[in-house]
Ligand binder design. Structure first.
Ligand code: FHN
Length: 482
């Protein structure tokens, strides 16, 4: 029996000795229009916005960084730095929640300029506060001075910009009295949990009913033993959600099998339409994905999804970091989703706003490499990331070689090889030649692209290689000149 474990996504499977699984996948790999769009999203935006955006990781000038996991977790602030009756204070933030600066149209236009093709918006985070006037809860925008349907505003504004919307929904709920982390052990606990399951189902159906334009549900907070033990319920509910909205996209974080295996069932089969475990981490290589669709969600700071008033000395990713991560994801066929945490008034922070513009300028100049290119079967290169299709290969150069030569290793038996090269952003042609570097018994040939010494780049740049039929390398070697 071979146990294969992926430490990133709790994936574990037994290859030779299948386990009996009744609550496994409900869908096989999809190739409908929705999933084809998903594969070409390239770049997404995550928005974490809610009551936690008001404190922004501090209260009365005291930082929660010593007592809470992340700004959006501030309700769980513990330890000596936590204010007295903090949870009670937090729970009443709905009484002052009124983000008058929130202009979903402005967010959507900024996301469009950034090049995002989908947005994931927090309809309800762990605190249980719903950003739509849910009929199934008394803890929503309707019970706040805001009174607006923020989910509806976001869905409409992003849809109008041609950006697909995925609704983030936390199952874990600190507000619902029936919620429990462990499996309920007595009748009262079981009745409360059943109430909670009914409420969860009702809210999800309500979201689908209210927002027909939403393309997917992005689940979170599904790790507690209580939810894991509710596999019959979640299996039924996934069927119901898919029946209500044909084409709906649901990632692998929603449910588990009867043995508690999450993301992948006990036989290693994906539990959803795409792999949804890549959070603040990325696959080591393309092979470990086994051909599954996936996205990677990423914070700009170290681990802050919600707004942080003071980021202090915490490293904030730069546009260069994000370009690197974006193309790394694309080289493995995935999407990068960059998180934004607007402030309590609903405004994007200046730093994140600037990042969006800088990233957007790069994406616009190199759009074909970002959106059109998927994984290509060439050796990875330390210079950067390879994307492409049958006709082209894009090399995103992050580490510019001091030799002035970008060298790619191409299998000697490849039928299609690079025949011309140019800088994607400007169209400037580049010299390309096949080079015999003299390695004995080498199963590869080498394709050298000259990067002009007077070409100045302050960011990563993309070399586009056009593929053509391979010709006899010996004949080509005679002509090689540079
Ligand atoms: O606990 C949350 C966290 O606050 C944030 O929402 C991220 C986003 O993917 N998800 C959870 C942790 O996995």
């Amino acid at each position: 029996m071979t146990a294969i474990t992926n430490p990133w996504t709790t994936r574990s499977r037994t290859a030779d000795d299948p386990v009996d699984v009744r609550y496994g996948p409900l869908v096989a790999r999809r190739d409908d229009e929705g999933m084809r769009r998903f594969r070409r999203y390239g770049l997404g935006q995550f928005i974490h916005f809610g009551l936690y955006s008001i404190p922004g990781n501090e209260w009365n000038g005291v930082s929660a960084s010593e007592g809470a996991a992340a700004p959006e977790w501030i309700r769980a602030w513990r330890g000596p730095s936590a204010p007295e009756d903090w949870a009670g204070t937090y729970d009443r933030l709905n009484e002052v929640f009124d983000p008058t600066g929130l202009d979903a149209g402005e967010w959507a236009r900024q996301a469009k300029r950034m090049g995002a093709r989908y947005v994931i918006f927090t309809t309800k985070h762990h605190d249980g506060f719903a950003l739509w006037p849910s009929a199934h809860s008394d803890y929503t925008v309707a019970q706040s001075p805001c009174g607006r349907d923020l989910v509806g505003e976001v869905v409409d504004a992003y849809t109008a910009e041609g950006i697909d919307v995925f609704l983030y929904f936390s199952v874990l709920d600190w507000h619902h009295p029936g919620y429990t982390t462990s499996v309920p052990a007595d009748d009262a606990g079981r009745a409360g949990w059943q109430d909670f399951l009914d409420y969860t189902r009702a809210q999800l159906l309500e979201l689908l009913e209210r927002y027909p334009a939403a393309r997917g549900l992005w689940f979170d907070g599904t790790w507690d033993a209580s939810w894991v033990a509710s596999y019959e319920f979640t299996h039924r509910l996934e069927q119901e959600l898919r029946a209500r909205r044909p084409g709906l996209i649901i990632g692998s974080r929603f449910r588990n099998d009867e043995h508690g295996a999450r993301h992948f069932d006990s036989n290693g089969r994906l539990l959803g339409d795409y792999e949804q475990g890549w959070e603040r981490k990325l696959p080591a290589d393309h092979a470990m994905l086994d051909g599954h669709d996936w996205d990677g969600v990423m914070t700009i700071g170290p681990n802050a999804w919600g707004y942080m008033r003071h980021t202090g000395d915490q490293y904030q990713k730069t546009a260069d970091d994000l370009i690197d991560l974006l193309m790394r994801c694309r080289s493995m066929g995935g999407n990068l989703v960059v998180n934004f945490g607007p402030d309590g008034d609903g405004r994007m922070t200046p730093y994140e706003g600037e990042i969006a513009e800088q990233l957007g300028a790069w994406v616009a100049a190199n759009a074909e490499a970002v959106y059109d290119g998927g994984h290509v079967d060439l050796d990875p290169t330390g210079m950067g990331w390879l994307t492409g299709d049958d006709e082209r290969v894009f090399l995103t150069v992050v580490n510019r070689p001091v030799t002035g030569i970008a060298r790619l290793r191409v299998p000697a038996d490849a039928s299609r090889v690079p025949v011309s090269a140019r800088l994607l952003a400007s169209g400037q042609g580049l010299e390309l030649r096949r080079t015999d570097i003299g390695f004995d018994l080498d199963a590869a040939t080498y394709c050298d692209i000259a990067i002009p010494s007077d070409f100045v780049s302050t960011r990563a740049f993309v070399i586009e290689l056009t593929l053509g039929d391979a010709v006899d390398p010996a004949a080509e070697r005679i002509d090689a000149y540079m």
